[in-house]
Design a protein around this ligand. Sequence first.
Ligand SMILES: Nc1nc2c(c(=O)[nH]1)N[C@H]1C(S)=C(S)[C@@H](COP(=O)(O)OP(=O)(O)OC[C@H]3O[C@@H](n4cnc5c(N)ncnc54)[C@H](O)[C@@H]3O)O[C@H]1N2
Ligand code: MOO
Length: 468
Amino acid sequence: MGISYSEALLLIESVAKLHRALRRDNDAYIELENAVGRVVAEDIVSPEATPAVDTSAMDGYAIQSHKTAGASPQKPARFRVLGRIRAGEAPWAEDRELSDESFENDASPCIEIMTGGIFPAGFDACVKYEDTKTACRNRNGLASEILVGKPLLHNANKRLAGSDIAKGQVVVKAGTTLQSHHVLPLASLGIEAVPVVKDPGVAVYSTGDEFVASEPWLPRDTNTPYLISALLDMSVSAFSLGALSDDERQVYHGLEAALAEGHDMILTSGGVSKGRFDHVASVLGNLDGVHIVFHGVSMRPGHPVLFAYMAAGRDEAGNPRTIVPIFCLPGNPGAAAACFRFLVVPYLRILRSQPSEVPLIARLQQRPSAATATDSNMKASVNGHSHIDGVQPPPLDRFQHGVLMATEQGELVARPSEEQSPAKLGPYASASCWIHNKPLGSSKLDAGLVECYPISPGKGLFPCPWVR
Ligand SMILES: Nc1nc2c(c(=O)[nH]1)N[C@H]1C(S)=C(S)[C@@H](COP(=O)(O)OP(=O)(O)OC[C@H]3O[C@@H](n4cnc5c(N)ncnc54)[C@H](O)[C@@H]3O)O[C@H]1N2
Ligand code: MOO
């Protein structure tokens, strides 16, 4: 009958945490530009405050704002231009050569300044060119005196030193998957290399005679290409080990070889249910050092799923030196996909120090026919197990693919795909989310609300077409 999905997650978490602790030494620094897609291993802390100095946010004139108090178009404040500051120039020095113009009236000083120019000491605001009038020009035709027709606030159009990132601030948290937008603050701090988690290498086997041969009447292997691409989508290295036939000895030698090859994880699909040629569970039970954690989870699809690990070597404290987790996913492609998304992905996230995913909460748009069919299924059989033995099965978690949409009222709505059979793959082409229907009474959500996750594990954003 297996265990509940929440129990399975707890077991996965405990193995993954131990595995993570054993791999921590492999974290390394890599160049910022090459780190996009990688998971940050430890908090990245700002070594300094930015910007380093006060700069101008506009092209115009650095002035003392109090000199504009009471200014109006009829009674503008008058400034004489002492000089010019460009971006990239050293800070304005008091004794720098000033304009040789002689001024006939009692104007206040100002300095022409370009966006990004270092703000000169003693001036506290920048008046944009557009808000000034030129009163006099020098021999070169440049403004030597300007008029300002409205009051300016203290610090207007000025970027203050330290106003962006503070020294010691955590800029990117450990567990973040680095994306290009993170490069903006990191590059501004001069950070050229970042600490990243060593990505695991995952080996993938298909099982089944139907995938060893190639005949027109045989189905195509969909699970291995899917698993490889979903792993790559998460920036995890993935290798196909091909297909194993439904022969017990072949399965044994195939798994034994994969375990010896030093992969960080092994995924198989097929051969874990109750069929006469389903050898994966019995083979794993006979392999040295392999411990089966669970076989069977009360989830739909995917209930035959198996999770095991091989522990190798022991340190002085008795902890294994290496752990190789083995997820044996059910053969039906929809079941393999759901088990990957909701059992393997949580394991990989812990292994890479990523926080657990936070679902979007949406209103479930249930079709009347679907609700009736689900209810009757649930009554007849939970999880493929009938109640004839009188033992109550664990509560059932259901995972459906579908589309997540936002209404014009701003409400998120999850619409399950019409067809949810684990052998039908057409609906995946238009699905954008997984919908997690928790067992009755186990969800903290209001009735009618469900948790939704991106259909692709590596993407944090949902495509959200508007409902028309
Ligand atoms: N008596 C029972 N029979 C079945 C049960 C059960 O509880 N009692 N569970 C059903 C469920 S649910 C699933 S899911 C499947 C899983 O079975 P296996 O993991 O043993 O998978 P296979 O028997 O090898 O294959 C099942 C099905 O999936 C196709 N398949 C397998 N691998 C691939 C692949 N790489 N790419 C595409 N398709 C694949 C395979 O051809 C079969 O059609 O068991 C049910 N039976
Ligand atoms: O794992 Mo099966 O495909 O639940 O239906």
